[in-house]
Every structure is written in structure tokens, then in C-alpha cells.
Ligand binder design. Structure first.
Ligand code: GLU
Length: 260
């Protein structure tokens, strides 16, 4: 009950922030983006291979490339995009309070989120899985009973883990880098999150392993502020996504980043 009240209060705060900001600045429409000459996109920097910084410090990853493709389609110039770093825990707040047109940030469509956000069509299907240290005896969800399990705040795994394994002792972190460091340091027994993000850690580090089973469906989509201001933009972006899918561009991009 208390959890429900807290969730409701958070939603109200997010809504109010959105309303105040809307009156403070111009409403963001597709026309305004065209006038401005570039898109402002929130992307991750802690979620290899979807959103991260490469060795030169540049934004990179599937979601980052998708933003460039969208800029290329709108402006015929892929460089017409300004990136704003977001995490799972701050992405909604940033979408409502900063100059971000939309976020491409490993974000799943959920019914709860649809109450306060608008989504594009889905561009990737992930699913939650479990990351453990290599020597671990954990083989599946059942083994997480009474274990310390890491989630990242603001991600879907926070809720799914609570209902799938109520006895798990949940340890929350603000981003995936800290979550991974905590697992390596033995502060918990596992991380539960999307396989696409956890795979990134297991590809780079043989000291951790990703368990193969998926427990949820996580359809990734681009998220927008809810309302009339986003309608035209969403329509155009959906057309771009459909086109790129048909041309095989999304499939190639997945291949390029080793995403399944
Ligand atoms: N896709 C899930 C979500 O939207 C988990 C990944 C993330 O933390 O962004 O919450």
C-alpha cells in the first residue's frame, strides 16, 4: 500500500514538473526541431552495446546510431544530433525537465509508463536475465531466494524481481556501471536486468556470466513526452523506423553490435 502511494506521488511530481516546464518554454513540436536544426536525444552511457562512450569519449552504441539515423533522415545529415546522457533512474525526469526531444535509452514499453509517456513503435526485443560471477552456483530465478540481488533504480527489473522472487534482498544502484562493480566486489550475488545490457558485461569480462534464460519481454521503444506536442514527431519517427526495418538497417546494426 505504502509502495503504491509512493509510486503515485512520484508520478504526480513528474507530471507537475512537466506542466510547469511546458508553460516556461515553448512546446516542442516537429516544426520546432526543424527550425532548431538538430535533435536533442537522451541516451545511456552505461549500457554497452546500446549506449556508451567509446575509447575517444564519443557517444556510441545501437541507440546512439539509431539517433544518428533519425537525424540523417530528418536533416539529410547524421551529425545533426545533440546527445544528453541519461540513466535508467533519471531518464524520465530529464525528458520532462531538460531540453530533450526524446530518449533512446534501452527503455521498455510498459503499461505503467504509457500512463505518462508516449512511445514509438518497438525497435528491439530484449528480455530480463541474470548475471552472476563465473563461479556462482546460481542457475535460475529460484536460486535467487534469500540472495542479495542487484537492480538499477528506474528499470523494469526492480518490479519484476519483487514479484518473481519476493524473498530476494534487493540492492539498488543508480546506473549499470556501479551495479557491475558491486557484483564484482561481491556486494551481492547477481544482477537482474535486460540480457542485451548484461551481455555487454559478459562479453568484456570472463569473470561474469550471463544465464541464458529470459524471464520477461522487454520491447524497446523511443520515449516522448505525452501529449499533442509529440504526435507529429512520433508519426515521422515511426515512419523512419519502419523504413529502416524494411531496408534491413536495424538488423545490420544489431549484427554490428553483436545484439541478438
Ligand atoms: N529495458 C528495461 C527498462 O526499460 C531495463 C533496461 C534499463 O534499465 O534501461 O527499464
Amino acid at each position: 500500500m505504502i509502495k503504491k502511494i509512493i509510486t503515485l506521488l512520484v508520478l504526480i511530481i513528474i507530471f507537475c514538473t512537466a506542466c510547469t516546464k511546458k508553460t516556461e518554454r515553448q512546446v516542442n513540436t516537429f516544426d520546432e526541431i526543424i527550425k532548431r536544426g538538430y535533435i536533442n536525444v537522451g541516451v545511456k552511457t552505461d549500457s554497452f552495446p546500446f549506449g556508451y562512450k567509446d575509447s575517444k569519449g564519443n557517444y556510441a552504441g545501437f541507440d546512439v546510431d539509431l539517433a544518428k539515423i533519425i537525424a540523417g533522415e530528418i536533416f539529410k545529415d547524421k551529425s545533426r544530433v545533440k546527445f544528453v546522457p541519461v540513466t535508467s533512474s533519471d531518464r524520465m525526469m530529464k525528458l520532462f525537465s531538460e531540453d530533450i526531444d526524446f530518449i533512446i535509452a534501452t527503455m521498455s514499453i510498459t503499461t505503467a509508463r504509457e500512463q505518462i509517456l508516449d512511445f514509438s513503435n518497438s525497435y528491439h526485443n530484449a528480455g530480463q536475465s541474470i548475471l552472476v560471477r563465473s563461479g556462482s552456483k546460481i542457475k535460475g530465478l529460484r536460486d535467487l531466494n534469500n540472495k542479495k540481488v542487484i537492480i538499477v533504480f528506474g528499470s523494469t527489473s526492480e518490479r519484476s524481481l519483487r514479484s518473481a522472487v519476493p524473498s530476494a534482498l534487493i540492492v539498488g544502484y543508480k546506473n549499470y556501471k556501479d551495479a557491475y562493480k558491486a557484483l564484482k566486489a561481491g556486494k551481492a550475488d547477481a544482477i537482474v536486468s535486460d540480457d542485451s545490457i548484461l551481455l555487454g558485461f559478459s562479453l568484456k569480462d570472463s569473470g561474469v556470466k550471463l544465464l541464458p534464460k529470459r524471464y520477461t519481454k522487454e520491447p524497446y521503444a523511443i520515449a516522448f513526452r505525452k501529449g499533442a506536442e509529440s504526435k507529429e514527431l512520433i508519426k515521422i519517427i515511426n515512419e523512419i523506423l519502419d523504413n529502416q526495418r524494411h531496408k534491413g538497417v536495424l538488423k545490420n546494426l544489431r549484427k554490428q553490435y553483436g545484439i541478438k
